[in-house]
Design a protein around this ligand. Structure first.
Ligand SMILES: [Fe+2]
Ligand SMILES: [Fe+2]
Length: 231
């Protein structure tokens, strides 16, 4: 279902026979013109995916803020920064690759999807979760498999760790998706501590009323999140 949503909202560019003549470089080749291994091409595809995700999460953070979901907005921004970290590592791994097997930047064409979702927070979270699921369940295990097969165990280990991060992203987007909409986000059915993200004020209540305002800084309910510190 999630991936179905994602597919509907993605444009997939495939290289056709005709395109091959235009681009020529549909395969990754070294300086002798020999076709290279699949690992670097997949690393580059992942780099493109991470770079796009970072920007989309930044757009969606703004949309969430406009809708009054301050916590979701901050989660999107935090995740955007984490995708920057993943993108950085995919790029770094490509650099290491280039030291051993030279290739021309312009000859690398990723087989990437280009997403276009910019909707409300429910739509954005749905798309975000679908993208993360696709990464940790399909795309990145495929890189691990390819890297292991082609003799790059260090790359495989690094990508395995990134898979754990993406799984975490998918899980938290899923949790937020369940809470968003109506008043569910601010109704928990039991007394819990809420914290104002603007000023740090705390209050223990089972539900924050719609017109709730922080007594310390006057920011509205949307700026409160559950207190979850364990230190
Ligand atoms: Fe990522
Ligand atoms: Fe992610």
């Amino acid at each position: 279902m999630q991936n179905e949503y994602k597919r509907k909202n993605a444009i997939k560019f495939r290289i056709t026979e005709k395109d091959k003549n235009i681009f020529k470089y549909n395969k990754l080749t070294n300086e002798k013109g020999e076709i290279m291994k699949e690992t670097p091409k997949k690393l580059f595809t992942a780099y493109v995916g991470e770079s796009q995700a970072r920007n989309r999460y930044t757009f969606w953070a703004k949309a969430a803020k406009k809708e009054g979901y301050a916590l979701i907005s901050s989660v999107f921004l935090e995740t955007a920064n984490q995708e920057l970290q993943h993108g950085t590592w995919f790029y770094k791994m490509l650099q290491d690759f280039k030291k051993k097997e030279k290739f021309d930047d312009m000859k690398v064409l990723p087989d990437a999807e280009f997403h276009t979702t910019l909707g409300n927070t429910i739509e954005n979270l749905t798309s975000a979760k679908a993208g993360e699921d696709l990464e940790w369940q399909t795309l990145y295990p495929d890189i691990v498999e390819t890297a292991e097969k082609e003799g790059y165990p260090k790359i495989a280990e690094r990508v395995k760790a990134i898979i754990i991060a993406e799984k975490h992203h998918a899980e938290r987007y899923g949790k937020l998706l369940k809470l968003v909409g109506d008043d569910a986000f601010f109704k928990r059915g039991k007394k819990i501590v809420w914290v104002c993200m603007e000023c740090g004020y705390e209050v223990e209540m089972d539900e924050l009323p719609k017109n709730w305002k922080c007594p310390s800084c006057d920011h509205p309910r949307a700026n409160f999140r559950i207190k979850c510190e364990e230190f």
